[in-house]
Design a protein around this ligand. Structure first.
Ligand code: F6R
Length: 614
C-alpha cells in the first residue's frame, strides 16, 4: 500500500513525463503591447506590432477582452502575413494585448505563439523574457487542475494569474501574488475577460503610453508613438493597472509608487521607411546627417568623460557584434593617438575571461539598443567589482543607460533594420570626439567634410549594384584590411553574412600567407580595403598574392589600380578617419547583394535586433 506522499510523488512523476518538457526554455526577444481605452484595441495593436516587428518576427498574435470573453487570434509569420491570414485587426473590444515573437529556442508554431490563455480562458498574457521556475510552477498548477496548451514558459503566467484570481477575485491582488511567485527576467501584460489590464516589469523593458483616448503598455516606444508622445517608464519591480481612464503604478508588494510623464522625442514617429524600399537602405542613407548629430555632448560632459578615463588605471571597452567592431576601432584610436592602455572585451566572453575589474577600472560599454544581455552582463560584472561604467547607446532609457554613471547618446534616431548601420558610424563619431579630447594630437575631425564625402559616395551607388549583381551566385567572400582597416573588414564581413547570407570572412592582409591563402582560387572574391596610407604597401602585396591565385579583386581605395577587377573609389582623408567613410560602400554592397539574392535586408533570417537573452 502506498502512503499519501508516495501517491503524490507518483502523480508528479506522471505529470512530468507527460510534459515532454522542452530541452530548453522558450526564450524570447519579443515585442509586447497592450491597450485599454475608448478606441477599438485590435487595429491599434496590429499597427503598433508592425512598427515593433524589428524586435521579433517569427509569429504574431492579438487577444481582446469583449463581452466577458477573451478572443484570441495568432499565427506563424510576420505581422502582415498573420493579419492577412486571420484578420487580427478585426477582433472586437477596447481592451487588448498583442505580441510578436522571436524564438531562440522552442518551436515556432501557432501553439507557442502568444497571447496565451489560462486554461479556463479567463486571462490572457503576452510575455517577453524567461520564467526560470516555470517547470516547478507548471507542475504545481497541473496538480491543481490547470491545463497547458503550449511548450512555453510564458503560459504558466496565465494560469498562475488565473489561480490567484480564482482565489482573490481581485485582479490587482492576483498580480501581487503572481509576481511574488515568478522567478526570472520578464515583462508581461495580462488582460482579464472582464476588461482588466495589468503590466509588470522585471529586468525587461516596459513603458506606458499615455494617450488622449486610452493607455498603452509596451516593450518599446514604437508600439504607441503614432498615438501619443507621453510616456511613463516603469522601473524594475513595478507593475501598472490600466483602464481606459486611469493608471495606477505600484511596487511588487502593491505599494503605490509615484510616476512621472516624460515627453518622447518626435523623431521616433519618423520611424517609417518614407520613400525607401527598406529601413536598412534608409538608415545607410541617413549617415551623412547622423554622424553630425552623434554625441551631442556639452564641452563639460566631454571633459568629465575624458577625465574619468584618464583617472582610471584600467580602461576596458566592450560591445557585441557591430558594437564590438566599433569598440575595436575605439581601442585602436585610444591606444595609438591618446596613448591610453585599453583592453577590449567581447561582451559574450567576459564571464569566461580573466578580467579583473576593480575600483580603479572604467568600462566603456557600446550598445545601440542598450538592452543586449551580453553587454549588460559585462556592465554588471564591472559594476559589482566597483568599476565605473560609462555607456554609448542609442536608447537613453535603456537598462544600460540606467546603470551607467554617464551615457552618451548616439542620437541617430531609431534603427529599425536588424543589421546595425548608422549606429556603427555614430559610435565611431563619438569615439573620434573622445579620442580628440583625450589627446588633442589627432586633428579635430572635420565632420562636415566627412559628411560631404559620405553623401558623395551615396550618390554614386549604381556601380555598387553592378558589383552586387556579380556576387549573386558567389559562395565565399574574403575581406582584407590592415591596421585600423582590419576592423572595418570585420564589420563589412559581418554585414555581408547577415544581409546577403554569403559566407564572408575577414583577415588582416598580412595573415593571408599564414593560412587563409589556401582557400583562394579562381572562385574566390576578395575585397581589399586599400587606401593610400601607411597600410597601402602591405595591402598591395596581399592584393597581388590573391590575384596571382586567380581571385577576383574588389579594391576599395582612393588610388585606382589595374589590379582591381572592380574599384570602389574613396575620397582622400586622414588615415584615422577612413573607417567612417569606407564602411559606407561596403554596407551598400551587402545591402544590394541581399537584394540580388532575394533576401529581405530588413529582417535577416534567424536574427533579432535586440538580443536580450544570453
Ligand atoms: C549586426 C548587429 C548585431 C548587433 C549586436 C549588438 O549588424 O546588428 O551584431 O550589433 O547584437 O547589439 P547592440 O549594439 O544593440 O548591443
Amino acid at each position: 500500500m502506498s502512503s499519501k506522499n508516495d501517491w503524490e510523488e507518483d502523480i508528479v512523476r506522471k505529470i512530468l513525463a507527460a510534459f515532454k518538457a522542452p530541452k530548453t526554455l522558450d526564450q524570447h526577444m519579443c515585442s509586447i503591447l497592450g491597450y485599454a481605452g475608448s478606441s477599438q484595441a485590435a487595429p491599434l495593436l496590429v499597427e503598433g506590432l508592425r512598427r515593433m516587428e524589428y524586435r521579433g518576427y517569427d509569429s504574431a498574435g492579438v487577444a481582446t477582452s469583449f463581452m466577458d470573453r477573451i478572443l484570441v487570434k495568432k499565427g506563424v509569420g510576420r505581422v502582415f502575413e498573420v493579419n492577412n491570414a486571420v484578420n487580427l485587426d478585426s477582433l472586437p473590444g477596447d481592451v487588448g494585448i498583442g505580441h510578436t515573437r522571436w524564438a531562440t529556442h522552442g518551436k515556432v508554431n501557432e501553439a507557442n505563439a502568444h497571447p496565451h490563455l489560462s486554461s479556463s480562458n479567463g486571462i490572457a498574457i503576452v510575455h517577453n523574457g524567461i520564467i526560470d521556475n516555470y517547470l516547478e510552477l507548471k507542475r504545481e498548477l497541473s496538480l491543481s487542475g490547470y491545463t497547458f496548451r503550449s511548450e512555453t514558459d510564458s503560459e504558466v503566467i496565465a494560469n498562475l494569474l488565473q489561480r490567484n484570481y480564482d482565489t482573490t477575485r481581485d485582479f490587482k491582488k492576483s498580480m501581487i501574488t503572481t509576481l511574488s511567485q515568478l522567478k526570472g527576467k520578464y515583462a508581461f501584460i495580462a488582460i482579464s475577460k472582464d476588461g482588466g489590464l495589468a503590466a509588470a516589469r522585471f529586468q525587461e523593458p516596459l513603458m506606458i503610453g499615455v494617450g488622449k483616448h486610452g493607455y498603452f503598455a509596451s516593450s518599446d516606444i514604437l508600439g504607441f508613438v503614432r498615438n501619443t508622445d507621453e510616456v511613463v517608464y516603469l522601473d524594475n519591480g513595478q507593475f501598472a493597472m490600466l483602464s481606459s481612464k486611469a493608471i495606477s503604478i505600484s511596487d511588487f508588494e502593491g505599494n503605490p509608487t509615484p510616476h512621472q510623464i516624460t515627453k518622447i522625442s518626435k523623431e521616433f514617429a519618423d520611424a517609417d521607411k518614407s520613400d525607401y524600399v527598406h529601413y536598412t537602405l534608409k538608415e545607410i542613407y541617413e549617415q551623412p546627417i547622423t554622424i553630425l548629430r552623434a554625441g551631442g555632448m556639452t564641452t563639460r560632459e566631454l571633459d568629465w568623460l575624458a577625465a574619468s578615463i584618464v583617472r582610471s588605471k584600467n580602461v576596458y571597452i566592450t560591445g557585441s557584434g557591430t558594437s564590438f567592431n566599433a569598440a575595436l576601432i575605439g581601442k585602436y584610436l585610444f591606444s595609438k593617438y591618446a596613448r591610453i592602455k585599453i583592453e577590449s572585451l567581447i561582451s559574450s566572453e567576459t564571464q569566461f575571461s580573466p578580467v579583473y575589474f576593480d575600483s580603479n577600472s572604467i568600462l566603456i560599454a557600446l550598445s545601440q539598443s542598450g538592452e543586449s544581455a551580453d553587454v549588460l552582463e559585462t556592465a554588471n560584472i564591472a559594476k559589482d567589482s566597483g568599476a565605473e561604467v560609462i555607456s554609448i547607446t542609442n536608447v537613453m532609457t535603456s537598462s544600460l543607460a540606467h546603470m551607467s554613471s554617464i551615457s552618451v547618446s548616439l542620437n541617430c534616431g531609431p534603427e529599425i533594420g536588424v543589421a546595425a548601420t548608422k549606429s556603427f558610424t555614430s559610435q565611431l563619431a563619438i569615439l573620434y570626439k573622445l579620442t580628440n579630447k583625450l589627446c588633442g594630437v589627432l586633428d579635430a575631425p572635420d565632420f562636415n567634410q566627412i559628411s560631404n564625402n559620405i553623401s558623395k559616395l551615396l550618390l554614386n551607388y549604381s556601380y555598387i549594384q553592378q558589383i552586387a549583381s556579380e556576387l549573386k551566385n558567389v559562395s565565399d567572400i574574403y575581406v582584407l584590411g590592415n591596421g585600423i582597416h582590419q576592423y572595418v573588414a570585420m564589420e563589412a564581413s559581418l554585414k555581408l553574412k547577415e544581409l546577403s547570407y554569403i559566407h564572408a570572412e575577414s583577415f588582416p592582409g598580412g595573415e593571408l600567407k599564414h593560412g587563409p591563402l589556401a582557400l583562394i582560387d579562381s572562385n574566390a572574391y576578395v575585397v581589399v580595403i586599400n587606401p593610400g596610407d601607411s597600410t597601402y604597401a602591405s595591402m598591395s602585396t596581399a592584393t597581388h598574392e590573391v590575384k596571382a591565385r586567380g581571385a577576383k579583386v574588389i579594391g576599395i581605395s582612393n588610388i585606382p589600380n589595374e589590379i582591381y577587377d572592380y574599384w570602389m573609389p574613396l575620397p582622400t582623408v586622414d588615415e584615422a578617419f577612413y573607417p567612417l567613410i569606407e564602411i559606407v560602400p561596403l554596407q551598400l554592397l551587402a545591402y544590394y547583394s541581399a537584394i540580388e539574392r532575394n533576401a529581405n535586408p530588413d529582417y535577416p533570417r534567424n536574427l533579432a535586433k535586440s538580443v536580450t537573452v544570453k
